[in-house]
Design a protein around this ligand. Structure first.
Ligand code: UD1
Length: 339
């Protein structure tokens, strides 16, 4: 009998790609989302890619009774928790909004998981490493004090999961993503930022599409080769596959420890300027950009050592940054065609 995976926040950017990956791997997937930061585009795209309707529940994970009812309705073997706010700047301005939502929703998931013996995969972030002393970072690299309430919620949720695994006999995995970018090759699902994008790649594609006048490159005086920051840009479809490997590892009882952490990145540092140039080259266009002052809170350089994920999850990033940037542009054009 196939296993059922609940994907909270399954109508969002990462959740929709993970849903496709899980379903294609043979899992039954239940999507739940309050649609606070997305519309139905990705849910419809997921169903179109898979050629079938997936169960969808519109609900808020901060509502404990609704979470309980969901777990009672479906026999859920594992839950992947994406339902959270994710804007770093907004979290600094409105910390309570972030603490209430991101912590409250996860506590409800943990409570229901304890009651039902459900295994939990938490979507964490490389933000927990702050400005690393050494690069690339391994899972053993120290977590630094969070520089934003958003980052703090990632650290706290990791700790909630670790403690609940220890106490309640469930299994847990935290995946620390580096910079997820790109879109599904079908161009039917992708990132749909509301308002002005905070992240680099949506800003690039919107500038190329004429929605934004000019990309600002935040700082070219960092101590790197070309002066711009270095990041580890991970393709969204590769990232989705890591979730399938991690869920399978939990459900097939293959874990070495009941709580495990994995870096999910490529191991390849790319500068902001390199990324912009690769986007121009692969898509055959010129991007309007300028050098602007540094953005507060940005770290100079961070990229993953993904060895552990390869060894234990059997997962490795496969897509080139060029292919990923082509997929991001195809998605932007798909969206533009719909508006
Ligand atoms: C941020 C979050 C990270 C989160 C990720 C989601 C922090 C410190 N960062 O990462 O937790 O998981 O988003 O994707 O919590 N840049 C520009 N111009 C722009 C936008 C960005 O030059 O208009 C530069 C930034 O200075 C940075 C790089 O592009 O060097 C990547 O920025 P961004 O896409 O926002 O991701 P991060 O800040 O690395």
């Amino acid at each position: 009998m196939s296993k059922t995976v609940l994907v909270s926040g399954g109508a969002g950017f990462i959740g929709s790609h993970v849903t496709v990956g899980l379903s294609q791997a043979g899992y039954d997937v239940v999507i739940a989302d309050n649609m606070s930061n997305c519309d139905e585009t990705n849910y419809k795209g997921v169903c179109a890619i898979l050629g079938k309707q997936l169960p969808f529940v519109k609900m808020d994970f901060c509502d404990a009774a609704a979470v309980d009812a969901l777990f009672n309705k479906y026999r859920i073997d594992a839950v992947i928790h994406f339902a959270a706010y994710k804007a770093v700047g907004e979290s600094v301005a409105e910390p309570l909004k972030y603490y209430k939502n991101n912590l409250g929703s996860f506590l409800n998931v943990l409570e229901a998981s304890r009651a039902h013996g459900t295994h939990v995969l938490f979507s964490s972030s490389a933000t927990v490493y702050g400005e690393p002393e050494k690069t690339p970072v391994t899972e053993e690299s120290p977590r630094q004090e969070a520089t934003s309430p958003y980052g703090n919620t990632k650290q706290m949720c990791e700790d909630f999961l670790r403690d609940c695994v220890r106490a309640y006999g469930i299994h847990g995995i935290a995946l620390r993503y580096f910079n997820p970018i790109g879109a599904h090759p079908s161009a039917l699902i992708g990132e749909l930022p509301r308002g002005v994008p905070n992240n680099l790649v949506p800003y690039i594609t919107q500038t190329a599409a004429g929605k934004r006048e000019c990309l600002s490159i935040f700082g070219n005086d960092y101590p790197t080769e070309d002066g711009t920051c270095l990041r580890d840009y991970i393709d969204i479809v590769d990232l989705a596959k890591a979730h399938v490997c991690a869920v399978t590892r939990m459900l097939e009882d293959k874990m070495d420890e009941p709580y495990e952490i994995f870096n999910i990145g490529t191991g390849r540092p790319v500068s902001v300027l390199e990324l912009v140039k690769a986007f121009e080259k692969v898509n055959g266009l010129k991007l309007n950009y300028k050098i602007a002052p540094r953005r507060a809170g940005d770290v100079t350089a961070i990229w993953a050592d993904p060895t552990l994920a390869e060894k234990k999850l059997g997962w490795k990033a496969t897509r080139s940054v060029e292919d990923t940037l082509a997929s991001a542009w195809a998605w932007e054009k798909h969206i533009a065609g719909k508006n």
